[in-house]
Every structure is written in structure tokens, then in C-alpha cells.
Design a protein around this ligand. Structure first.
Ligand code: SF4
Ligand code: FES
Length: 232
């Protein structure tokens, strides 16, 4: 079928303001949107900029807006949209556009680093590995699926209104260590999040959970952080 792509274009070095450019692509209903973007770049316009790597929902690099839905271009097929082969492709909202569909994710990773996204322990290193109880592992398993695509943070209305708010992805990573019995920084982690820029900034609007391409119950995990804070 013939598909029409209206794609957001903006090169700050050349353009005074963003514009949309139309491309026509021959595609199968089972083609991924990423396949179509690749075809446009490889066969029609090598100047089109977007990020992608794995093409299988693993690396998290091709989050964007497709017909106003935040999703991964490699996880959506042409047939997933009931728009008669018409697509509007835009960059993730919230973040500064570097070029076309490529946004500056440094503020996202800055917040991610702020929650100390690594195991902190007072225990001396074991001979082999730090074992974890399988039941405890189940609690944090959803958070381990996060691929840092930034979809949740881009979708979150609180993040859009308050630049100081850590946002769902960073809070999810904090949850992953707060509920890891091998981590000894739990009290400090909870104290750091006991404010409006942290866990209490979340107003359970659930947009993060709705857009997460890995099906992670992000809002529920943030709620579990709030519960842990109340028990301090
Ligand atoms: S929680 Fe989901 S939407 Fe948010 S960064 Fe991780 S994978 Fe992406
Ligand atoms: S290209 Fe890696 S998640 Fe889509």
C-alpha cells in the first residue's frame, strides 16, 4: 500500500523554525514504522535524522510521536494505525530538538544519574556474586525491563509543568534499588525522594504507564516508593 508520511523537520543550524515534509512510501501492512523511515532515509532523503539501533524494542533509541502517540518506531506496524496509511511523525515532546526527530536526552539522563542508579552496599565483595532471594527479585523485576527510552518522562504532564521533577523513569530506577534487599542505601534513597521533586511529585496520572513500551507498571512502582517513605 502507498503510505504518506508527514515528518517534522528542523535543523537549528539552517532553519528559522520547524516545518513538516511529506514523503510517500510503498509499504506492507506488516512493515514497521521504522522500516518506512529507513526507506525514506536510504532511498529518498539522506538528510532525515532520527535515532534507531536494535529495531527490536531493546535499545530504546527510537521513541517518537506517531500520529500523536508516544511509542517506539520499531514496535509499531503500519497496520497498527487506522489512519488509512497516513502518518504524522514528530519528535518526543518535552525535550529540545537537536535535529528532526533527534532530541537532547541529557536532562533525562542527568535525572537518572541523580538517583544513584547502582547498587550501594556496606558488605564486602563476595567470592562470586551477590545472591538475591527469587521472591524479592520478583518485586523489582518490572523495573529491570526498563530500556530508558524516555517515553514515560516525555508523556508525563508533571514533567512538562515542573522541570525539577525527577520523572517516572528516574523514580522507577530508584524503586529498583529501594526494593533490592542487597542495597544498603535505602534510608538515604527514600529521604532523597521525600519531596515534590521526588516521589510526591507524581500525581498518579498514569500517562507513563500507558505509554511504556515494555508494559512496566511505572505508576504502581512510584506508589510503592511513597508507601516505603510513609513507613520510615
Ligand atoms: S519505564 Fe518504560 S517508558 Fe519509561 S524509560 Fe523505561 S521503558 Fe521507557
Ligand atoms: S530501535 Fe531499538 S528500541 Fe527501537
Amino acid at each position: 500500500m502507498q503510505c504518506r508520511f508527514l515528518i517534522y523537520r528542523f535543523d537549528p543550524e539552517k532553519d528559522a523554525k520547524p516545518h513538516y515534509q511529506t514523503y510517500t512510501v510503498e509499504a506492507e501492512p506488516t512493515d514497521k514504522i521504522l522500516d518506512c523511515l529507513n526507506r525514506i532515509r536510504w532511498e529518498q532523503d539522506a538528510t532525515l535524522a532520527y535515532r534507531a539501533s536494535c529495531a527490536h524494542g531493546i535499545c530504546g533509541s527510537d521513541a517518537m510521536q506517531i500520529n500523536s502517540h508516544i511509542c517506539l518506531a520499531c514496535q509499531k506496524l503500519v497496520r497498527d494505525f487506522t489512519t488509512g496509511g497516513n502518518f504524522v511523525i514528530e519528535p518526543l515532546p518535552l525535550f529540545r530538538v537537536i535535529k528532526d526527530l533527534v532530541v537532547d536526552l541529557e536532562p533525562f539522563f542527568e535525572k537518572y544519574r541523580a538517583v544513584r542508579p547502582y547498587l550501594i552496599t556496606d558488605e564486602p565483595p563476595p567470592d562470586k556474586e551477590r545472591l538475591q532471594d527469587p521472591e524479592e527479585q520478583k518485586t523489582i523485576e518490572p523495573a529491570l525491563r526498563c530500556i530508558l527510552c524516555a517515553s514515560c518522562t516525555a508523556a508525563c504532564p508533571i514533567n512538562r509543568a515542573d522541570p525539577e521533577y525527577l520523572g517516572p523513569a528516574a523514580l522507577l530506577r530508584a524503586f529498583r534499588y529501594i526494593y533490592d534487599s542487597r542495597d544498603s542505601a535505602r534510608p538515604g534513597r527514600l529521604a532523597d525522594l521525600d519531596n515534590e521533586s521526588g516521589a510526591w511529585g507524581c500525581k498518579t496520572m498514569r500517562w507513563c504507564t500507558e505509554v511504556c513500551p515494555k508494559g512496566i507498571p511505572v505508576t504502581r512502582c512510584i506508589t510503592q516508593i511513597k508507601q516505603a517513605i510513609k513507613q520510615i
